[in-house]
Design a protein around this ligand. Structure first.
Ligand SMILES: Cc1cc2nc3c(=O)[nH]c(=O)nc-3n(C[C@H](O)[C@H](O)[C@H](O)COP(=O)(O)O)c2cc1C
Ligand code: SF4
Length: 433
């Protein structure tokens, strides 16, 4: 969705009802970038172009994509590119839109990525619950194969590439890249200790690069239009178009495309139509999916890019913007989040396994009016013990929001203790009158 003011690049084909078909994609200039990469560029040149574009990964961490590809060893021997289509972060629904409505854009970017890292067998790991996107993607791979974009001797270039699409089984942790690799190998989705990093020891012990769906969707335009053109979109070191997922108490929730660096206030009040109810003002915003620190209403004059949000004490994450009005109880909202992470913890590390359960217990007693004043510091202490002390970043992904909810809305937590009840227990939920 856009408001007509911005040029759409990632969502440019979505106005067509047949946008998922190969014919529609070709009519819009699709697969020209793949042909250019295969016929006019060496794999190293593709990596250099992506490096020069400044593209940073859209899966959450914002790591530079060209640099990641550059870590892959050169020369013969099996190596893999894996597409992370597990999108499970609460508040995030952009990859699903791309997979359902423009699967060939995702596929073309992925195929170019495979060529760039010298991979002859690419894997697409798709979230188990994505039944429709899975079918659409399979159809797209079939169409691409029939046209010579997948298989032997791609477009007569001498380059061979097989693609396997693999369905996950519904675990949030399998979006973490090393858990994903374990799952792809048919094992339990338990994250691996790093180092070694996947670029050294990845899938089946071979060098592997893992990329997000939206990340690879940026690659065809970089190859076709060039790194200079791409680098002028967005802001320095935060380049390119970005998909933002707006949800919660806004009038027009949905996926919006804008250059990185759009003001958060503009996203909410101009594009997403402002607050759902005139009598319910903004209270809090989670700018980057459930794993990132929350902002108060008076902190939304910030630009939506990696570095600006980091400077503001939060993160762009997966760009899942969750908007909460003043009907929301922040203790209850945090309890909801803690339950999710406690359920999704794989249980390998004690701080995460035990700590997430403790969060739930403490927040439950605060919410039912049985909390103690010391519980607030106990929550903060738990976050200090979890963050940085676990195998994978899921520990941080719960510790950071807990710390931010308690510090940003401390008076509300104290109110639960002082009044021995939740003051907003009966407040309206999103969409209700
Ligand atoms: C608990 C957890 C869940 C994650 N889930 C996803 C996901 O669903 N999709 C995704 O692309 N990245 C996810 N990530 C990030 C991946 O580990 C990895 O950084 C990403 O796929 C790299 O792609 P990018 O460089 O293109 O951003 C998750 C990370 C963690 C710690
Ligand atoms: S931090 Fe949590 S999810 Fe990650 S490996 Fe440890 S126990 Fe598993």
């Amino acid at each position: 969705m856009t408001d007509g003011r911005a040029q759409t690049l990632l969502l440019k084909n979505l106005h067509r009802s047949d946008s998922a078909t190969l014919e529609a994609y070709l009519q819009g200039g699709g697969y020209r970038a793949l042909a250019r990469a295969l016929k006019e560029m060496t794999p190293e040149q593709v990596v250099e172009e992506v490096k020069a574009s400044g593209l940073r990964g859209r899966g959450g961490a914002g790591f530079p994509t060209g640099m990641k590809w550059g870590f892959m060893p050169k020369g013969p021997g099996p190596k893999y590119l894996v597409l992370n289509a597990d999108e499970s972060e609460p508040g995030t629904f952009k990859d699903r839109l791309l997979l359902e409505r423009d699967p060939h854009l995702v596929l073309e970017g992925f195929l170019i990525g495979c060529y760039a890292v010298g991979c002859h067998h690419g894997f697409i790991y798709i979230r188990g619950e994505f039944v429709r996107p899975y079918r659409i993607l399979l159809q797209a791979v079939q169409e691409a194969r029939a046209r010579g974009y997948v298989g032997k001797n791609l477009l007569g270039s001498g380059y061979d590439l097989e693609i396997t699409v693999y369905r996950g089984a519904g675990a949030y942790i399998c979006g973490e890249e090393t858990a994903l690799l374990e799952s792809l190998e048919g094992k339990l989705g338990h994250p691996r200790l790093k180092p070694p990093f996947p670029a050294q020891v990845g899938l089946y012990g071979k060098p592997t690069s893992v990329n997000n769906v939206e990340t690879v969707a940026n690659v065809p335009m970089i190859v076709e239009m060039g790194a200079n053109w791409y680098g002028n979109i967005g802001r320095p070191k935060n380049t390119g178009p970005k998909l933002f997922c707006l949800s919660g108490h806004v009038r027009r929730p949905g996926v919006y495309e804008f250059p990185l660096g759009i003001p958060l206030r503009e996203l909410i009040y101009q594009h997403a139509g402002g607050m759902l109810r005139d009598d319910r003002p903004l209270k809090a915003v989670v700018p980057g999916g459930s794993s990132v620190p929350v902002l108060r209403a008076d902190q939304i004059d910030v630009l939506m890019d990696f570095d600006s949000l980091a400077a503001a004490g939060t993160l762009l994450g997966s760009a899942g913007v969750i908007v909460m009005d003043d009907s929301v109880c922040m203790v209850d909202a945090l309890l909801n989040l803690a339950r999710f992470y406690a359920h999704e913890s794989c249980g390998q590390c004690t701080p995460c396994r035990e700590g997430t359960g403790w969060y739930v217990q403490i927040l439950e007693r605060l919410e039912r009016g049985a909390g103690r004043k010391s519980d607030l510091d106990l929550l903060l202490d738990l976050s200090d013990r979890i963050q940085g002390n676990t195998i994978c970043p899921l520990g941080d992904a719960v510790a950071m929001p807990v710390r931010s909810y308690v510090t940003q809305f401390r008076e509300e937590f104290e109110e639960h203790v002082a009044t021995r009840r939740c003051p907003r227990a009966a407040a309206a939920a999103p969409g209700r009158a």
